[in-house]
Design a protein around this ligand. Sequence first.
Ligand code: BGC
Length: 786
Amino acid sequence: MGFVDLLNLFKLPVYALPAVPFALTCVASVALFPLSAHAQGQPTPDATNMDSFVSSLLGKMTLEEKIGQLNLLATGFDVTGPAPSKNVEESVRKGMAGGVFNLYTPSATRKLQDLAITHTRLHIPLLFGYDVIHGHKTTFPIPLGLSCAWNPDLIEKCARIAAIEASADGVNWPFSPMVDIARDPRWGRIAEGAGEDPYLGSLIAKAMVRGYQGDDLARPDSILACVKHFALYGAVEAGRDYNPAEMSRITMYQFYFPPYKAAVEAGAATVMASFNEVDSVPATGNHWLLTDVLRNQWGFHGFVVSDYTAINEMTQHGLGPAERCAEIALKAGLDMDMVSEAYIKYLKKLVSEKKIGEDLIDTACRRVLEAKFKLGLFADPYRGCAPERAEREILTPLNRTFAREAAQRSFVLLKNEQNALPLKRSGAIALIGPLAESRRDLLGSWSAAGNWKLAVNVLDALKESAGPNVKILPARGANLSDDAELLETLNASGAAIVRDPRPPAELIDEAVAVAGKADFVVAVMGESFAMSGEAASRSEIGLPESQLALLKALEKTGKPIVLVLMNGRPMTLGWESAHCAAILETWFGGLEAGHAIADVLFGDYNPSGRLTTTFPRDVGQIPLYYDHKSTGRPYLGNARVKYVSRYLDIANTPLYPFGFGLSYTSFAYSPVKLSHKTLNAAETLTASVEVSNTGQREGEETAQLYITDPVASVTRSVEDLRGFQKITLKPGEKREVKFQITSEDLKFYNSDLVYDWEPGEFIIRIGPDSSQLNSATVRWNKSGAR
Ligand code: BGC
């Protein structure tokens, strides 16, 4: 009798099959074919019978087994929180884990999956989570950079590639997309999101969910999206990580909730609660947030996981001992406990003391089992994951080519005086700065399984691309920072910053001498990757002093300076913007960033990125964002007028506004034309402009549509992004860009949190960024509603 026949005979689940080699090599004893309650009479997991399959399974589970499914343990190759979990294998063997994270590769995940399947009574497979934030092994630009492509299709494709690679490596649950709106660049995690705008943020959130989950979660290359961090994590006070977030409900609904909601509507299977409090209750234990809003208002059906040790952290927030926090969290609607092990420790006791009903545990467990079912884990717990597949599907040349394109599209040209860029392929370039030869930094703060040793740094990429007529003269010029304490702190968390021991003045002198021999200077500067991301808030967001001093010395040489920035947040660049000939913002561009930077510097790619976060002039202006409200005393430009809303020492305006970005060509916009002067509710308005390429090269423009609602029952933003279109124009070419606008685009949350629009005048604005807009006014009546 063959092995498969044996399985059939005992009606074992199909997923017992791949476990066999392991089981056979282990001990013939065990559980090789435990005629478990689950195996006997359990419906087969075909896509149509999730309810009966999960109900039948739940019916066989003990209370401990159900609680086990709610426990998520940290183990493996990365440590992304205070400490990893202990005794993970033993917990898995005992059925005390529903999933593990920070572990990948077919062999490592298979080893644990084998344990779960062969050693536990009901053979329930594990989930494998991992922070696949901007690619798995093919690392794409950090999310903030990617968002600057204003291109949901491109971002969806990055997420799809990440899903293919991660699933081939045994991961079935990326902790992504991170969709927190952020208006404060001091917060290091601004790097992980899509910027400050809810409209664009929502499009990107949906694109990422589609990319991860594909059209069918059961496909072996689909993975469960995890929308995080719900909610308001991007609004932590003073930009300090983990701090409370304090805001009105109307602001939550209008500005901060939309991307989470959009991701839920796109079918995201899981949500992660945020560390911060919301409305004076930590999100982890916030019933209003996790149940009333997420499930009852938005119809979310998946499961909610806590963030790393967040249930236990509720004690520090002031909610009492861990046992009480576990009770609050479960009752709030928090299904899975990441690392706290509070559910494992206390839920059984809480049930026996009748503080919680077992039905709450059933509900949470059902949600976790349903996610596993949808993933197809009950049919194949390995999801086709094998070393050959990993070899074939990870880091393919095509994926790397796409990463290069994504990086090119994420860069934003902030300044380009007298066409300093693109560089000519002749003469001598002084390549200066502490990041010019860095490979590690290119990958960014959360590069998951990315291997920086595969990256090509800017120096090598420029040499590769320059051709025989260009001399590249490198000099470091400065250390990343002269703050020894900062460097030590960063290195303690893995930044691997190498310090040149020479005195700062000696480094600068050397760089100035090198610049003297060159036609122009390319200065590659910014932050270490470890200066943004989690637990990396900064109170000053300019270039570190060592680098600014170098830049000032270089400027005295009179050579034009092209500043290439790498950083994970908007920076204050007052001096730089006044004195550098060109500034190219490249964020942390991922595995192919070096090549992409060379492509843009030499003009093989014409930059097209647009900012998705405002660049302030100074930290004192923060929070500074484009969709702010007016005051009753707005500043209208006359500095002698007192009693208006302004600073005495700095302009109100940003240095670089939301939506801004230059190209190697230039574009002009005609006035806005509207199809109607007055509309009824059901009618569609067409707003159009003619965009012309007025420069010498082909280029891509992002025409942006904003709407202002000047009179409403609640105060509205000065303008809200409501659409954009990307068009490519040849030199001299013109194109009409049309936006179709309906009353849906006018909706907002009123004081009763009702989402609707109010009739009246609206200003329709179109232009290249949020601060340069042509406008026309229309009247929209409520009569004739659909
Ligand atoms: C972060 C999450 C992350 C989790 C697991 C936490 O510290 O806030 O974004 O997914 O760790 O690594």
